[in-house]
Ligand binder design. Structure first.
Ligand SMILES: Cc1ncc(COP(=O)(O)O)c(C=O)c1O
Length: 406
C-alpha cells in the first residue's frame, strides 16, 4: 500500500475507489488536537464543526487516547454474550449523568440504529405501531429512521418508506394532539433541530408533549444524537431548564459519545426496561470493549476538564462577540450547538470563505444558518479567532452579497 501525503493524490484515490456520496471539503485530515485539525499539506484548521459533531472532547483527547490504547492491549471486542467490567462501567457512568428516572442503557453503533431501537421499544411497550415525528427533524438513514425524517429530500431517499410514520409541526402541540390516537406508540423529536438550522421550541412545548404522551399512553423519545453528551452545556437536553425539565422515556445518543469511536445508545427508564425481554433488541457490535472504553473516557474527560461549564462560557463569549456584527440577525441554539442566522441566504458562501481562512464550520438546510458544533473544550482565543475571520469574510470580503442564494 502506497503512503500518500499529497492532497491531489489522496482525493484522486478516494474518488476512484469510494462511492461519491459526500460533498467534501478540499482538505485531507491527518492529525487532530483539541479544536484543531492538521492536513496532509501541514496546514492547521480550526474545527468548529467538531469532526461532524463527534469530537466533543476535542480531537485526540489524551485521556481518551490513553484509555483506548490500554483497552486495545487487553481485549478489543467480545459481544454482549459475555459480561464485561468496562461495559458495566460505561452503562453506570452514562446513566449516572442522565436525569432521573433514566436508569438503563442499551448500546448500539450509530445514531440511526439508536433511533430504530427506540421506536422498536415504544412499539413493544405500547403494543401500538405508529410514530409521530416532526417537520424539520432528522433521525438517520436506515429504513425506519429515514421514514421518520420529514426534512427536505431525505424521506424520499428511503422509499418505499416504512408505514406508520406521521408528521406533526415542530413547536405546535395542537398538531401532535390531532394525530395522537390509540394507534400511536411514540412521539420522537430532536429537541433542538440541528440540521433544520438549529431550531428550538419554547419550554412549554416540551412540557405539553410530556403531558400529552402521559395522557394518551405514548412514549416520548428524545433524539439527542446531537444535543446529548454535553453539547448544549448540560449533559442532556432532557431534564434541562430549556426543556422545562422534561425527561422523556427514551433518549438516543451517538456522535460525541465515543469521541470518534462509533457507538450509539438508548437510555430509558426502569418502567420501559421492565417490558423489554431477552432478544427483543440486539446487535453484534453494541457494547464492545473498545467502544465502552471510549464512552467511559469521554464522559470522564468532559467531567474532569469542566467542559460543560466551558461550553456555556464559550457560548456566552461568542454571543457577546457577535453582537453588532453586521449581517448576523441572531444566534440560535444552546451551549456549543449554535446556528448563526444571517440576514441573507449566505451560509454556504460564508462557510466556503471561512474555509479559505482555515476555519471549518457547517451549513444547514436553512440557507441563512451557519452551524457551529465545535469541541466543548473550545478556548476563548479560538472564539476570538473565529469572530475576527467572520467579520473579515462577511464585512470586508464578498460573502455578504445581499439576497444571493447560497
Ligand atoms: C439528530 C440526529 N439523529 C440521528 C442521526 C443519525 O446518526 P448516524 O449518522 O450516526 O446514524 C444524526 C446524524 O447526523 C442526527 O444529527
Amino acid at each position: 500500500m502506497k503512503t500518500i501525503t499529497n492532497f491531489e493524490d489522496v482525493a484522486a484515490r478516494e474518488g476512484e475507489f469510494q462511492l461519491a456520496t459526500y460533498k467534501k471539503m478540499p482538505l485531507a485530515a491527518v492529525r487532530g488536537r483539541g479544536a484543531w485539525v492538521e492536513t496532509s499539506a501541514g496546514e492547521r484548521y480550526l474545527d468548529l464543526y467538531g469532526g461532524h459533531a463527534v469530537a466533543a472532547t476535542g480531537h485526540c483527547h489524551p485521556h481518551v487516547v490513553e484509555a483506548l490504547r490500554a483497552q486495545a492491549g487487553e481485549l478489543l471486542f467480545y459481544s454482549n454474550l459475555v459480561y464485561s467490567e468496562v461495559r458495566a462501567r460505561a452503562a453506570e457512568k452514562l446513566v449516572s449523568c442522565a436525569p432521573a428516572p433514566i436508569a438503563k442503557a442499551f448500546f448500539c453503533n450509530s445514531g440511526t440504529e439508536a433511533n430504530e431501537n427506540a421506536m422498536r421499544m415504544a412499539r413493544i411497550v405500547t403494543g401500538r405501531e405508529r410514530v409521530i415525528t416532526f417537520t424539520g427533524g432528522f433521525h438517520g438513514r436506515t429504513a425506519d429512521s429515514i421514514s421518520a425524517t420529514f426534512l427536505g429530500k431525505y424521506r424520499e431517499l428511503g422509499r418505499p418508506n416504512v408505514p406508520g410514520h406521521l408528521c406533526a409541526e415542530f413547536g405546535s402541540i395542537a398538531s401532535v394532539a390531532a394525530l395522537a390516537d390509540e394507534s400511536v406508540a411514540a412521539v420522537m423529536l430532536e429537541p433542538i433541530q440541528s440540521m433544520a438550522g438549529v431550531k428550538q421550541a419554547r419550554p412549554e412545548f416540551y412540557r405539553a408533549l410530556r403531558e400529552l404522551c402521559d395522557e394518551r399512553g405514548m412514549l416520548l423519545i428524545y433524539d439527542e444524537v446531537q444535543t446529548g453528551v454535553g453539547r448544549t452545556g448540560e449533559w442532556f437536553f432532557a431534564g434541562s431548564a430549556a426543556g422545562a425539565g422534561v425527561v422523556p422515556d427514551v433518549i438516543t445518543l451517538a456522535k460525541a459519545l465515543g469521541s470518534g469511536v462509533p457507538v450509539g445508545a438508548c437510555l430509558t427508564t426502569d418502567a420501559v426496561a421492565a417490558r423489554i425481554k431477552e432478544n427483543d433488541l440486539g446487535t453484534t457490535f453494541g457494547g464492545g470493549m473498545l467502544a465502552m472504553a471510549a464512552v467511559v473516557a469521554t464522559l470522564e474527560a468532559i467531567e474532569r476538564d469542566g467542559m460543560l461549564e466551558n461550553a456555556r462560557a464559550s457560548e456566552r463569549h461568542l454571543r457577546e462577540s457577535l453582537e453588532g456584527v453586521p449581517g448576523v440577525a441572531r444566534v440560535r441554539g444552546a451551549g456549543l450547538l449554535l446556528g448563526l442566522e444571517f440576514v441573507d441566504e449566505i451560509a454556504a458562501k460564508v462557510h466556503q470563505a471561512l474555509l479559505g481562512e482555515r476555519i471549518i464550520t457547517g451549513t444547514s438546510s436553512d440557507a441563512r444558518v451557519l452551524r457551529l458544533l465545535p469541541p466543548l473544550c473550545l478556548r476563548r482565543e479560538e472564539v476570538d479567532l473565529f469572530v475576527a475571520a467572520l467579520v473579515k469574510v462577511t464585512v470586508v470580503g464578498n460573502a455578504r452579497s445581499s439576497g444571493s442564494k447560497a
